[in-house]
Design a protein around this ligand. Structure first.
Ligand SMILES: *Cc1c(COP(=O)(O)O)cnc(C)c1O
Length: 386
């Protein structure tokens, strides 16, 4: 077991032994039929996960490059993009789109809360937008977007619906064939990365384009990108024996194993496990007087942003936890120092979180605060169902 620590940050997430083993496989030619078959299997499993009859693209890069691929191939310079943001990663689309000369407008929620769908609707009624981005789970706040409300509002306006799933894919449903109240109201693009709820090391960007998004790319004469132009990748994704740019062979072995683990667990089971983990972690930490930034209706199954009780010093708390082998992340923006972020997604177990809840309690005690460790662990088990 190579992992000596519990990496409970909002990604990368803990990597299990079988995935490390796959990663360490013999590096083969990207044209070797055995590698080609493995890549094809990964593409098929990814299509299954998104339930899409469009195309999926898997390439070397991080989630941010996947964001870029999604935008550059759907919105041309000078066209309008609406960014629906409930945090740091939502806002990232603003700068990204501006870098390509896209006209960007944004509706931003107060951190920790949902965007008001009426605001989005009002904005879309003002003028036509080519596309709208929504961050499924914003990693800065632990808030999950309400797709049931947002997809119909966006699709009714005629815009493409682009979903940033980097902190949600494989833990929360992202079904691109699902009809949100009308046969035409579907998610058009989902983009994600390998290192969060999928549970594979960082290094792969993944983007799924549905039929309407592919049609939008077809209508664009050229796009201001080369590596990121899906037209360069389309022949490879349809026949992975072809060459455009060398695929990260070993990362794709790891990804194939990660997807096999995921589909063997079953998407529904995985969604349920993540949902219960999130609820159980938050309710156990509440026993220590640690409250989540988001309220339970909008809190994400994948990670939680937890506010410190009065007097708990962020740096000391995280340092003491790290000394015990448990890594959590600091908070971003104006929440820095006031909260920490704990990931509970990917290939993690209830057992790990019993340990995590115990270590948090021990750390609080070490810092001179009271902590009912037995009570918190019991609360975790009650909610998680053990
Ligand atoms: C992590 C994250 C990103 C950025 O991904 P990188 O792999 O760090 O480039 C984008 N969006 C969301 C929602 C994320 O959680």
């Amino acid at each position: 077991m190579p992992n000596k620590e519990m990496l409970l940050i909002p990604g990368p997430t803990p990597v299990v032994d079988e995935i490390y083993e796959a990663l360490a496989g013999e590096t083969r030619a990207h044209t070797d039929p055995r590698f080609v078959a493995s890549f094809r299997n990964s593409l098929d499993m990814t299509k299954k996960m998104f339930n899409t009859d469009g195309e999926v693209f898997i390439f070397a890069g991080s989630g941010t490059l996947a964001m870029e691929m999604a935008i550059v191939n759907t919105v041309a310079p000078g066209e309008k993009l609406l960014v629906v943001s409930h945090g740091y990663f939502g806002d990232r689309f603003i700068a990204l789109a501006q870098a390509f000369g896209i006209e960007v407008e944004a509706v931003q929620a107060h951190w920790g809360t949902h965007i008001d769908p009426a605001l989005v609707e009002a904005k879309l009624n003002e003028k036509p937008f080519k596309a709208v981005t929504v961050t499924h789970v914003d990693t800065s706040t632990g808030v999950i977007a309400d797709l049931e409300k947002l997809v119909p509002i966006v699709k009714k306006s005629g815009a493409l619906f682009i979903l940033d799933g980097v902190c949600a894919t494989a833990a929360v449903e992202e079904d691109m064939s699902k009809e949100y109240g009308n046969s035409n109201y579907k998610i058009d693009v989902v983009l994600t990365g390998s290192q969060k709820a999928i549970g594979v090391p960082p290094g792969l960007g993944i983007v799924a384009f549905g039929p309407q998004a592919l049609a939008a790319r077809d209508k664009m004469e050229k796009v201001p990108a080369y590596y990121c132009d899906i037209k360069n990748w389309l022949p490879i994704m349809q026949n992975p024996g072809k060459y455009f740019a060398t695929p990260p062979v070993n990362m794709l072995y790891a990804y194939e194993k990660g997807m096999e683990i995921l589909l063997a667990e079953g998407l529904e089971n995985r969604y349920k496990r993540n949902f219960l983990l999130g609820k159980a972690v938050r309710s156990a930490l509440a026993v220590y007087g640690m409250k989540a930034l988001a309220d339970e209706e909008t809190a994400a199954p994948t990670l939680s942003c937890i506010l410190y009780p009065e007097g708990v010093d962020d740096i000391t708390f995280r340092k003491l936890l790290a000394d015990k082998g448990m890594i959590v992340a600091g908070a971003l923006g104006s929440l820095a120092g006031k909260a920490f972020r704990i990931g509970h997604m990917g290939n993690v177990t209830g057992e790990m979180f019993v340990k995590a809840i115990t270590l948090v309690g021990e750390t609080l005690k070490e810092m001179g605060f009271e902590a009912d460790i037995d009570g918190a662990v019991a609360q975790f088990k009650k909610v998680y169902g053990e």
